[in-house]
Design a protein around this ligand. Structure first.
Ligand SMILES: *Cc1c(COP(=O)(O)O)cnc(C)c1O
Length: 356
């Protein structure tokens, strides 16, 4: 039995996306691929409100998160950390042999503009990493306010992960001045995993040109040279790019504003249910994610048993990530999900809770 996914990634995939993936194969050095690539990157630029380069990488998000560090960290990197994925990014930065310092907010709290300002004011850093939406804790940090602070540090290249937020709310990259934005497609984009998208500003490309040890697979300059021909350095996951092409069409057919509003309505619904049912919200007030709700298990429910009961009924449920597993649970409201899907899921949760 397929379990319907309400976990924060991967998420349910629309049947028409799955069928787009079964189109006949083309060669990536054929003009048919260049047409596909050109259309997809043009639509991604529209979605992200950017004129910067947009690249397609065949990997999960962490491939490019590592690649960005290898390309863009020259002197020293400030890694802002407030959950499992951002903690890991600091570890990855160090494993790439880069000088880097973690600046930690407690789990459940956002990275704040003040934290960023304090760290960068030391003058030690030429790069910084931030996760906009920490999927492990359901916390969304205030990107616009942080971007304001970054304007005062033109020597710093900003590397921002929007894996679980891109497309669910407006993130206007050029207005914000973000140098490198990264996301994988299996969360907010509702595509099968294995493809990552990233952008690079002129400043980012100029930095990469000065940095040694960029390697090959994620070398930003290789990506830029191939992008001139609407292509990728090595063979891309063409089936997934078919899916992305179709999904972008669906985004624009829905309308971006409608898409953002749908996500807000789903987030409101789930948060209200959480509060009205004896649970709490894990994130600090005002910083709840637009795409998932991380709830505190204030009722002391046996979450493993709840997960099992939901599994038997055909639903995949997440009982927390990393060190807050069992103390929190997460409900995703991202991708192609609708309020109807969530009403169905919540009704089944209520049934299971009554029987535990
Ligand atoms: C899931 C996730 C990642 C890791 O992505 P992979 O595709 O598994 O490499 C990174 N950052 C955030 C915010 C995520 O939610």
């Amino acid at each position: 039995m397929h379990k319907k996914l309400f976990i924060p990634g991967p998420v349910e995939i629309a049947p028409e996306i799955l069928s787009a993936m079964s189109l006949p194969m083309i060669g990536h050095r054929m003009k048919e691929y260049a047409e596909l690539h050109g259309r997809v990157t043009a639509n991604l630029k529209k979605l992200m409100f950017t004129n910067n380069r947009v690249f397609l990488a065949t990997s999960s998000a962490f491939g490019v998160m590592e690649g960005a560090v290898r390309n863009l960290v020259g002197k020293r990197c400030a890694n802002f950390c407030n959950g499992a994925f951002s903690d890991k990014w600091h570890d990855v930065t160090r494993r790439c042999g880069k000088e880097a310092d973690p600046f930690k907010a407690e789990w459940g709290k956002p990275v704040t503009p003040e934290m960023v300002d304090r760290a960068l004011a030391s003058g030690k850093y030429d790069s910084m990493t931030l996760i906009h939406n920490e999927t492990s804790t359901g916390v969304m940090s205030p990107l616009a306010e942080i971007a304001e602070v970054l304007r005062n540090y033109p020597e710093v290249v900003s590397i921002i992960d929007t894996v679980s937020s891109m497309s669910a709310l407006p993130i206007k990259l050029d207005e914000l001045g973000i140098d490198c934005c990264i996301f994988g497609v299996q969360k907010a984009f509702a595509l099968p995993p294995g493809l990552a998208v990233f952008t690079a500003s002129e400043k980012a490309l100029a930095r990469a040109a000065t940095v040694e040890g960029r390697g090959y697979y994620f070398d930003f300059l290789e990506f830029a040279a191939n992008d001139d021909k609407d292509n990728t350095p090595s063979t891309p996951c063409i089936s997934q790019i078919y899916a992305l092409d179709r999904q972008l069409e669906r985004f624009f057919a829905e309308g971006l504003e409608n898409r953002w509003a749908r996500h807000s309505a789903m987030a409101d619904y789930v948060r209200s249910w959480v509060r009205a049912n004896g649970f709490g919200l894990f994130p600090e007030d005002g910083y709840c994610s637009q795409t998932l709700t991380c709830a505190t298990n204030d009722r002391g429910v046996d979450l493993a048993a709840l997960k099992r009961a939901l599994g038997e009924r055909g639903y995949a449920f997440d009982d927390g990530y990393g060190k807050i597993k069992g103390k929190t649970f997460r409900i995703a409201h991202m991708g192609d999900m609708t309020l109807e899907d969530l009403r169905e899921f919540i009704a089944v949760i209520e049934g299971c809770l009554a029987g535990l």
